[in-house]
Every structure is written in structure tokens, then in C-alpha cells.
Design a protein around this ligand. Structure first.
Ligand code: MLT
Ligand code: MN
Ligand code: ZN
Length: 306
């Protein structure tokens, strides 16, 4: 299988349009060595030239398609390599790009949990609005560990697990988390047997989640914040990382500690990195800590062949 990182940033992107934090201002001014990143999405194909699955539809999707011509083949007057879309949650950064796919010639095949489908028909009724355009052919993602496949994408299978994270602010149950608000997905190449665990929003590590990570050849997991109080310390929010569903990298019980317990051969990648995170600065001490720990940062355009 081949995975293309379309966007490695969390909501807001990097730099964020209205942000003058050290990273955003430094990137604009050229005083911080870092790479810009668009919002959270990956494209997964069985091989280089095949149609694939879009994981999350970010507000930056049109720019991401332009930057990755493999997504826009020329086999017909109107064409796309996106055989289907899988949503990890119903947040703005993962779902609003669906509007940009409205010119599709047939209903958009979409996989999401019931909790996300509810949020996207009630709190933020994207799926209802799309009914006035191409329409959506929605498939339910079950949380019992059963595998699903996406027609037109041969040889790949997908298995979801519920994660403790957070529903979107417009969710009718924002403060009453439901299983399926956020999922992690194990993507398996049935020919090679190789697999990736993808979870851009992961708030709490549990034995089941760690087991899914340890069973995969590569993990692409929540890289949003370095510290639990990152947004509070900058005066940008009153909420801790864990409260909004993101396990920080540093500190006790943080992602670095967990990744150190993975089997030696597991490839460790962080994705969904917030623009405030010091790891984006390639010369930062925090980035050096990750490098020493064998942890990579996803970048837009990066290709991963697990
Ligand atoms: C999150 O995962 O918390 C989001 O990136 C929030 C957002 O997109 O607004
Ligand atoms: Mn997000
Ligand atoms: Zn910023």
C-alpha cells in the first residue's frame, strides 16, 4: 500500500491565518526553520496508480488535490481517484472539505460512525446540504472490530476502533462523549499483510489502543500538542490538550513514553500537528527529543510505504 500525507497539520493549518505565535510568525518571517502544513488528511492506495481512499476531507482539499496529481486522473471528462471517503471524526478540519467534492457525478461513498453521521446531519448538517448536490452514499462504520472494504480499492481492508477523544463543539453531545465520536483505523494490505494504525485524534491511551498500535507496522497518531497546557500557557485557550481529546507528547503518560514501549521495528509518525507545537521548529530542543526517540513528523506530500 501507499499512503500520501495530504495534510499533516491540525485544525487551522500551519501557519494559521490569524496566528502570530512563535511558529506561525517565525515561518512567515523566515526566522523559524519549519515547513508549512495544510489540514489533516491522508490518501491511501493499494499501489501507485490505483484509486484510493481519502481519510478525512479537509478545508484545504482543493489545494491538496492540486499538489498531488495522482488524485486527479484524466480518464474521462470528469474524473477522480477518490473511490471513497472515511471520516475519523466530524470536526471542521476533517469534514468541511466534503463540500468541495459536491461536483461529483454520482453520490459520494462515505464511511463514518453513527455518532459522526448524526453530528453531520444535525449540528453541522453537511450531509443534508450535499443532498442538494451529488448526494452521499453513507456506509456505517461499526465499532465491533469487523473489517470493511471500499469498492474500487482492491486489496485493502479497514478496521475501526472507538477512541476516547471529543466530539465537535456543534455536536448535540459535545460534553457527553459517545463511542464513535472519534475512531482509530487499522489499514491492512491483504497481499503483503502489512498494516498502519491511523489515529489523528487520540485523547486517552487504553490497553486496546496500545495493542492496535503495537500490532501495526507503522503508526500515524495524534501529534497535536507537545504539552497538556500548551494553549493555556500561550493564552490562547482555557482548555488542556487532554480535555479537547489530544494526548500530548511530553510528560508522564504522554505519547513519547507510549511510543517507547512499541516493538523496535514499528515506524513511529506524528500527524495532526498544531501550529503552536514547538516540534514544528526543526531546530528546537523538542524536535531533537523526538529525533533521538526515533519519532518522525509527517509532512505534506510525504509518502509512506509500510
Ligand atoms: C481538533 O482536532 O481538536 C480540531 O483540529 C479542532 C478544529 O478543527 O477546529
Ligand atoms: Mn482536528
Ligand atoms: Zn500559530
Amino acid at each position: 500500500m501507499r499512503i500520501t500525507v495530504l495534510g499533516a497539520s491540525a485544525g487551522g493549518g500551519f501557519p494559521q491565518w490569524n496566528c502570530n505565535c512563535r511558529n506561525c510568525a517565525g515561518l512567515r518571517a523566515g526566522t523559524v526553520r519549519a515547513k508549512p502544513r495544510t489540514q489533516s488528511s491522508i490518501f491511501v492506495q493499494p499501489d501507485d496508480s490505483a484509486d484510493g481512499v481519502l481519510f478525512n476531507a479537509s478545508p484545504d482539499i482543493l489545494e491538496q488535490i492540486r499538489a498531488n496529481p495522482a488524485l486527479q486522473p484524466g480518464r474521462a471528462l470528469r474524473d477522480t481517484a477518490i473511490a471513497g471517503v472515511v471520516l475519523i471524526d466530524g470536526q471542521i478540519d476533517h469534514a468541511t472539505g466534503l463540500f468541495m467534492l459536491r461536483e461529483r457525478g454520482s453520490a459520494l461513498p462515505l464511511w463514518c460512525t453513527d455518532a459522526v453521521a448524526d453530528d453531520l446531519t444535525q449540528g453541522n448538517p453537511i450531509l443534508r446540504v450535499l443532498g442538494h448536490f451529488c448526494g452521499v452514499q453513507r456506509h456505517a462504520i461499526e465499532l465491533d472490530g469487523r473489517a470493511f472494504s471500499v469498492p474500487g480499492v482492491a486489496g485493502l481492508s479497514f478496521r475501526a476502533m472507538p477512541l476516547s477523544s471529543k466530539a465537535a463543539p456543534y455536536s448535540p453531545h459535545r460534553d457527553d462523549p459517545a463511542p464513535g465520536d472519534n475512531i482509530g483505523v487499522t489499514i491492512t494490505d491483504q497481499r503483503s499483510g502489512r498494516s498502519v494504525f491511523y489515529a489523528p485524534g487520540l485523547g486517552v491511551m487504553t490497553p486496546a489502543v496500545f495493542d492496535a498500535m503495537a500490532s501495526a507496522d507503522a503508526v500515524m497518531v495524534d501529534g497535536t500538542f507537545w504539552t497538556d497546557d500548551e494553549m493555556i500557557a500561550l493564552g490562547l485557550s482555557s482548555k488542556h490538550a487532554r480535555e479537547i481529546g489530544h494526548l500530548p507528547q511530553s510528560g508522564e503518560g504522554g505519547m513519547i513514553e507510549w511510543m517507547a514501549k512499541l516493538p523496535k521495528h514499528t515506524r513511529r509518525l506524528l500527524i495532526h500537528i498544531n501550529n503552536t507545537n514547538p516540534i514544528l521548529d526543526e531546530d528546537s530542543e523538542q524536535r531533537a527529543v523526538l529525533t533521538r526517540a526515533g519519532i518522525e513528523l509527517c509532512e505534506d506530500g510525504m509518502r509512506i510505504k509500510p
